[in-house]
Write a protein of this length. Structure first.
Length: 406
């Protein structure tokens, strides 16, 4: 069994211990170290492990082992005997702020709405709790966030107590525990008591502030993202910087961003619709010009007419409009590509004799790219848009050389 020093003092940054075992792992440059006592927290209960040093050796991971032992994974071998340990304090205090914030937030949801937390995850940038609830609305979030921050600003004492499951239950611990033996519980003065083996702050004020960030539905629970302490400060600074930049680009004040952005998006939608209608008119005009050219090149009336060309600045939508306009006429085959982006559209009048999807796929084999589609209308793209002209020439030649197959 490893003596867990963090159980009694989560603010312990350095400690002395003895190395009891040190064995190489299968992974190169990784050693499994066991100590008689440690301040390093192992990954458990949604909270990641500590980092730090043992002597001059880096500790890269900490995990629970068999027989209540803690295993330290080190970057180099350590001799048996005395060793001085140092915790990565910025990482530890961050984890303490997030974990303590989770306790307060979960307790606030129970106090206000009787909503239970079913899981907790402490991530690298944000943390989450999953709440068991049929629904959660903005009022729930606003009130729980405010209540949590009231407890933080009260600067209440956070204490640790030990006892059996029965003793803790009698003391008002709010979570059932099935483990046997002496258990550890965290108590927030006058607000919350629950069993927990993690690292926590000494007073709620050390959490600084808690901010709720995002809510999403996850199967039978609601996942709520939050940040606390220094993470809340960083998030607020980042949000302000982003909003300030947005206000600068929109030429408005921060409070006016939603209204100005809504107007900008509405104007963009209107302009997009107008541009779309103009594009359709232009495509219709170009389709008629291409059709007239195809008629001039046709030797006999009623024969299949082939429109094969590479356009300069055509978007994929533009090619589709031109192609659909052309094949609305009978006996038309259309082979189009764009020099601007490499998009390609092959089409024929409904019920035509060719397979445009097969023709497109076969043509692309010599030029790179991907595409396909049904018999009458196929779409794709070239890997090199500059090859649009040669590609169309090649496809037209394939069509002419084997008209009944393609």
């Amino acid at each position: 069994m490893t003596e867990r020093l963090y159980y009694h003092d989560s603010f312990l940054r350095e400690f002395d211990a003895h190395v009891l075992a040190c064995q190489p792992e299968a992974s190169p440059g990784r050693w499994r170290v066991e100590l008689d006592r440690t301040a390093f927290y192992p990954t458990s209960g949604g909270q990641p492990h500590d980092l730090g040093r043992l002597g001059d050796v880096s500790v890269v991971e900490v995990a629970d082992g068999a027989a209540h032992k803690i295993v330290h994974y080190a970057s180099a071998a350590l001799p048996l005997g005395p060793v001085h340990g140092q915790i990565d304090w910025p990482r530890r205090i961050d984890h303490m702020q997030q974990h303590t914030g989770q306790h307060l937030l979960s307790a606030a949801f129970i106090e206000l709405f009787n909503l239970q937390t079913v899981s907790f995850h402490l991530g690298r940038e944000t943390s989450t709790i999953d709440l068991a609830a049929p629904s959660i609305v903005q009022r729930h979030l606003d009130e729980a966030e405010r209540r949590t921050n009231e407890i933080i600003l009260d600067d209440r004492v956070i204490s640790v107590r030990f006892g059996t499951a029965e003793e803790l239950a009698e003391a008002g611990i709010r979570k059932d525990v099935e483990r046997e033996g002496i258990l550890r519980a965290i108590e927030v003065e006058g607000f919350d008591r629950q069993p927990c083996g993690g690292t926590h702050l000494a007073r709620t004020g050390q959490a600084g502030l808690l901010l709720l960030r995002k809510l999403e539905r996850r199967r039978d629970a609601w996942r709520l993202e939050f940040v606390c302490g220094f993470r809340a400060l960083a998030a607020a600074r980042t949000d302000y910087a982003i909003l300030s930049k947005a206000a600068e680009q929109l030429s408005c004040g921060l409070p006016d961003i939603p209204a100005v952005l809504a107007k900008t998006l509405n104007d963009k939608k209107t302009q997009h619709g107008a541009a779309k209608r103009l594009e359709e008119r232009l495509a219709d005009h170009e389709a008629k010009a291409l059709l007239a050219s195809a008629i001039k090149d046709t030797a006999s009336a009623g024969a299949t007419r082939v429109v094969a060309t590479a356009l300069e600045d055509a978007t994929q939508d533009y090619l589709r409009v031109v192609a659909r306009t052309l094949v609305a006429e009978p006996n038309i085959v259309v082979l189009l590509a764009s020099h601007a982006n490499g998009h390609a559209v092959f089409a024929q009048s409904k019920g035509g004799p060719h397979n445009m999807g097969a023709l497109l796929r076969d043509s692309l084999k010599n030029f790179g790219g991907k595409g396909g589609g049904p018999q009458d209308f196929a779409q794709g793209s070239l890997s090199d848009p500059s090859q649009a002209g040669p590609f169309i020439t090649h496809a037209k030649a394939m069509l002419a050389s084997n008209p009944n197959k393609q």
